[in-house]
Ligand binder design. Structure first.
Ligand code: DGT
Ligand code: CA
Ligand code: CA
Ligand code: ZN
Length: 580
């Protein structure tokens, strides 16, 4: 399906128009259409051919014509014209966190900045502060943004890399000569982006595995083929390294190639003090010269006198010290999750009915689900009016009465408006079981303005959770300028939970922020923000973040039983108590 590509093209087109300083309504229309295209389940090529594109909300005549043109010719002529006018490399400049289209436009016209390297030069020469209205603060912000940008260069989001790696593993496991195959590297550690995919396979026929692998349909071309390692590029552009080992060496190799490098450095150091050297070939006892091939990672750590360290903690931070002191967290796991507090139904921009959500949630072992449809101001997502909410309430009650699924909690994802007020009065919020407050507008506001909005939202006694607190979209959109440290402090003070939005495009809060929140005693909610049934599966990615953040079930509100959850949901309200 071309849906995704067409949506991306519309977004680029919108960005180019924005750099040119075109009509904001027109730009917004393109962005809205892009969002709509991504949500459409049917193939847009088919919709274009049958003239049904305009049935999609947000797609009018003008955009319809552009999509038809795209489907027929593979591009859009306005886009091509714009590209001839504005260097396309400027798009990358707009993606540097802290820059954005308006600033990129000025940097281009006033300083001749055409690409990232020009931006670095201008920054180093302190030329940006010479522009009207810009100063050292802007330069500092851009410097931070550039560092973040460089970090993500050439990295693939986890949710794209991970399914591919597991598909290759499934393929390898079906080969007769293979006894074990596992994903290693940063994918196993659940990092939000990965440089490449790593797989380890135990086999007694290296040549056969290499032959089969290089002919696998996912493989585009072979980068390098050695006796024990094959590196390939998959059609998606992702690099995959496969290491082949004999059965006995499997655990050591798997452990080694899981990394991280930092973890291994510290582990090797500790091992030396205990008389062992560790390598991808196992443990070597220095005194006796005896080589040990552990049968499991648990055994491997036990030989060094340590409890098992889960892959998500193996980042070379303080996990070895914690392990030595037997202070590793008892990480939250999927069985601990009793519900999802942030799901959209077809009452707003979701595609499934309340009954389907209740059933699916139960199928996944959940006790409850928070139906948090959008509030009225978010028109592009079909936000609900007070009237809609009352009607939805009846349907929620009916579904709950039938008792054929998880308990539905009547909720709202209420917009935090640009002045910090909420999109519904307290009386409306108070009628609902759960309220998630989120920012969906005014992303460009200053840190002070954004924090005032957050402060007002969190001070509200009916707001339980702040949704996707930083607003970042991985590789696509920088966080809005929130002071997360301050946000965590406010959350603690007001007894508001922070979301780990598990949508793999967001993962917001990220691992580092979620860890800081947990350490500050702030509660978190791991929510899928699902708009269809498949997206319930995104929980896995949110759990990855939570585990990388060292969180345990007691840090997570959706690990509560329904009764405990209800107590949490009452505690900010009149008569409730927030004690920490
Ligand atoms: P990435 O791919 O950048 O997201 O991060 P990782 O951690 O997957 O790194 P990668 O793919 O370079 O290597 C996976 C693990 O295997 C790494 O954490 C340590 C180990 N490893 C890889 N290559 C070598 C190597 O040449 N020598 C040593 N000692 N270890 C290696
Ligand atoms: Ca890797
Ligand atoms: Ca690798
Ligand atoms: Zn939202």
């Amino acid at each position: 399906m071309l849906n995704r590509q067409a949506a991306d093209l519309l977004l680029e087109l919108a960005a180019l128009l924005e750099i040119k300083g075109e009509n904001p309504f027109k730009i917004r229309a393109y962005r809205r259409a892009a969002t709509a295209l991504e949500a459409v389940e049917e193939d847009i090529a088919l919709l274009a051919k049958t003239g049904r594109l305009q049935e999609i909300e947000g797609i009018g005549k003008a955009i319809n014509d552009k999509i038809v043109e795209y489907v027929n010719t593979g591009t859009i002529s306005v886009f091509e014209r714009l590209k001839a006018e504005i260097p396309e490399t400027l798009l990358e400049v707009t993606q540097v966190p802290g820059v954005g289209p308006k600033l990129a436009q000025r940097l281009y016209y006033e300083l001749g900045v055409e690409n990232i390297s020009d931006l670095r030069t201008a920054l180093a020469a302190q030329r940006i502060r010479t522009l009207k209205g810009l100063g050292e603060k802007t330069e500092a912000k851009i410097a931070t943004g550039l560092a973040l940008h460089a970090e993500n260069q050439g990295r693939t989001p986890l949710f794209i890399a991970s399914p591919l790696a597991y598909e290759v593993v499934a393929f390898l496991r079906r080969l007769p000569s293979v006894t074990h195959a596992e994903v290693a590297g940063s994918i196993r550690r659940m990092r939000e982006t990965v440089g490449d995919a790593d797989v380890v396979v135990a086999t007694d026929d290296f040549a056969a595995v290499a032959r089969e692998l290089t002919q696998q349909t996912l493989v585009k071309h072979v980068l390098a083929q050695g006796d024990t390692k094959v590196s390939v590029i998959l059609h998606s552009g992702l690099q995959l390294d496969v290491r082949m080992v004999a059965q006995g060496a499997f655990v050591s190799a798997w452990h080694h190639f899981t990394g991280s490098k930092g973890h291994h450095e510290k582990l090797r150091h500790l091992a030396l003090m205990r008389g062992y050297s560790v390598s991808e070939y196992g443990l070597l006892h220095k005194e006796t010269g005896r080589r040990i091939e552990p049968a499991s990672e648990k055994d491997l750590y036990a030989l060094l006198g340590l409890p098992y360290i889960p892959p998500e903690l193996r980042e070379g931070t303080s996990e070895i010290t914690a392990a030595v002191a037997d202070r590793l967290p008892n990480l939250v796991e999927s069985a601990d999750i009793r519900g999802d507090l942030h799901v959209h139904s077809n009452w707003s921009d979701g595609v499934v009915t309340l009954a389907q959500i209740a059933e699916e949630a139960q199928r996944r072992g959940f006790e409850y689900v928070g139906i948090c449809d959008h509030s009225r101001s978010l028109a592009i997502a079909n936000g609900l009016s007070e009237q809609d909410l009352m009607e939805r309430e009846k349907e929620i009650a009916q579904v709950n009465e039938r008792g054929e699924g998880a308990i539905l909690l009547s909720g709202i994802e209420v917009d935090i408006l640009t002045d910090g007020s909420l999109d519904f009065p307290d009386a409306v919020l108070a009628r609902h079981d759960i309220v998630i407050a989120s920012i969906h507008s005014g992303f460009q506001q200053s840190r002070e303005q954004l924090m005032r909005r957050m402060q007002r939202a969190m001070a509200n006694p009916y707001v339980h959770v702040i949704g996707h607190p930083t607003g970042r979209m991985i590789g696509r959109r920088a966080a809005y300028d929130v002071d997360v440290e301050e946000l965590i402090r406010m959350a603690k003070e007001t007894g508001t939970a922070l979301e780990i939005n598990a949508s793999p495009y967001r993962l917001d809060l990220n691992d580092a922020y979620a860890k800081a929140a947990g350490e500050a005693g702030v509660l978190l909610a791991i929510n899928t923000d699902a708009h269809d049934l498949d997206e319930f599966g995104h929980l896995h990615y949110g759990l990855g973040v939570a585990r990388r953040a060292w969180l345990q079930s007691e840090n997570i509100v959706n690990c509560y039983t329904l009764a405990e959850l209800r107590r949490f949901l009452q505690r900010k309200r009149p008569g409730g108590r927030v004690d920490g």
